[in-house]
Design a protein around this ligand. Structure first.
Ligand SMILES: [Zn+2]
Length: 148
């Protein structure tokens, strides 16, 4: 309610200004003022009667501005960017270290020489709600990958 009173007061001031200082008023001021009133009314409407919608829009803007830029790219270019930033990062070696050098399924040791034969596998499959994150990926030996 206060904001409507504020708008009325502003309109009154503008009206009086036009009445008593006519020689200073230019035509474009009317356009500016009209634009201001329209924008003000739209904002008023959004915040009072469409608050849920406004909240969603503002939240989206907030989330988007917090998101790192590279995540806007497609999955492939994201991987390329990651690779260019961490040229020495090897996901298989990293996972093998995390798993103490053992297969994630059968716990047999995996030799470094066999690493290129080993496969990455989601611990919780994506269709069962698993996340596409390193924590959800395990490295398994070729036998386990084929016979599971
Ligand atoms: Zn295995």
């Amino acid at each position: 309610m206060n904001s409507i009173i504020f708008l009325i007061v502003v309109c009154c001031i503008y009206y009086l200004f036009n009445k008593y200082y006519e020689e200073y008023v230019q035509e474009r001021y009317h356009y500016y003022f009209g634009t201001f009133v329209i924008v003000y009314c739209v904002l008023l409407y959004l915040f009072n009667f469409e608050s849920q919608f406004t909240y969603k829009v503002l939240k989206n803007i907030h989330d988007t501005s917090k998101q790192p830029l590279y995540s806007f790219n497609s999955k492939e270019s994201n991987a390329e960017l990651f690779q260019s930033q961490y040229p020495n990062f090897n996901i298989k070696e990293t996972l093998l270290t995390l798993q103490n050098g053992r297969c994630n399924a059968c716990s047999n040791f995996i030799m470094k020489e066999d690493l290129h034969n080993c496969k990455l596998k989601y611990k919780t499959p994506l269709q069962n709600g698993g996340q596409n994150q390193v924590e959800n990926i395990g490295i398994v030996c070729p036998q386990c990958f084929e016979f599971q």
